[in-house]
Design a binder for this molecule. Structure first.
Ligand SMILES: Nc1ncnc2c1ncn2[C@@H]1O[C@H](COP(=O)(O)OP(=O)(O)OP(=O)(O)O)[C@@H](O)[C@H]1O
Length: 291
């Protein structure tokens, strides 16, 4: 497996939950994920989109080792995933910073767990705070930061202990549109510098396409991977530069079509100023017709 390009391998995974359905508390089985198979290559940026409840977070939890599949197997570098470990860093929507720790001590948390000596920890946290443009904020506490800054601390913290894989669950959902685009560009720059494998869940088709090498489109009832769409936009990339390109619109339209054919539909145009201004369905359709 050492020479294999696969970093994460998901094989025939099913995940059931026991739920209470009626007043008598009788338990029933709910299938959240059914027969999911997916390979994510080393250094790849994979995004996952799908309707609410299709199992995106459940899949991320399984890769993180926070939950186990009911059947099937998941591997990282050929080793079976059975629990969380420092080879996988997690960045969630709600930042999950420790409020009692300064920015620096948040970033150093995983390094402390790893037993890295204090002097080395400081060097590493300096490096990652610089990477996320927060060098001047090392001694602040989370409550003294904006949402975008907190998210950057969370990214620095996840990267600092050098995981092979970064798992990101709607990390930019809680910030305004402008900050979101800044964070997307920073993440692209960090990814280009570090070449981590990134698995990124989002509700935004624009975000999914702008960031990814490939987009896994999931469907619900039961949760499964419907199709994996290759993006193929040039790298290095800046989000603002790709959103108005024909190639971007074609991939976006393909994903929108895949989601549209599902029961729970997403709106054709996202309510961000740029999307409203740049992405029109007619344009996408005529662009498809041209090729
Ligand atoms: N602990 C649990 N017990 C029972 N059902 C659960 C549990 N966790 C998740 N589910 C169900 O599993 C399905 C998948 O949930 P999950 O959170 O993975 O979806 P999602 O695609 O991430 O949704 P969203 O986009 O809304 O965040 C949902 O129908 C949810 O109700």
């Amino acid at each position: 497996m050492a020479d294999s390009p696969a970093r994460i391998e998901i094989r025939n995974v099913n995940r059931d939950y026991q739920i209470k359905r009626n007043a008598s508390g009788e338990e029933q089985i709910f299938s959240a994920l059914q027969n999911v198979s997916l390979t994510v290559n080393k250094g790849e940026f994979l995004t996952i989109v799908g309707p609410s409840g299709c199992g995106k977070s459940t899949l991320l939890d399984l890769i993180a080792g926070l939950a186990l599949p009911t059947s099937g197997e998941l591997f990282i570098d050929g080793k079976k995933i059975t629990k969380p470990a420092l080879d996988r860093g997690i960045v969630m929507q709600g930042y999950a910073l420790f409020p009692w720790r300064t920015v620096r001590h948040n970033v150093e948390f995983g390094l402390e767990v790893k037993g890295v000596p204090k002097k080395d920890r400081q060097e590493i946290s300096d490096r990652f705070l610089k990477l996320v443009n927060l060098s001047g904020f090392a001694d602040r506490y989370p409550y003294e930061l904006s949402g975008g800054m907190k998210q950057r601390v969370a990214i620095a913290r996840a990267l600092a202990y050098d995981p092979e894989v970064l798992l990101m669950d709607e990390p930019f959902a809680a910030v305004d549109a402008q900050t979101r685009e800044t964070l997307q560009d920073e993440l692209l720059r960090i990814w280009e510098e570090t070449r981590k494998t990134i698995i990124f869940v989002t509700h935004s088709i624009d975000e999914a396409v702008a960031l990814a090498d490939r987009v896994a489109v999931m469907s619900a009832n039961p949760g499964s991977v419907k199709e994996v769409v290759k993006v193929g936009l040039p790298r290095p990339r800046r989000v603002g530069d790709v959103l108005s390109t024909t190639d971007f619109r074609l991939v976006r339209y393909r994903i929108w079509e895949l989601l549209q054919s599902q029961e729970e539909q997403l709106p054709p145009v996202e309510e961000t100023p740029r999307a409203a201004q740049d992405i029109h369905l007619e344009e996408q359709i005529s662009a498809s017709a041209v090729l």
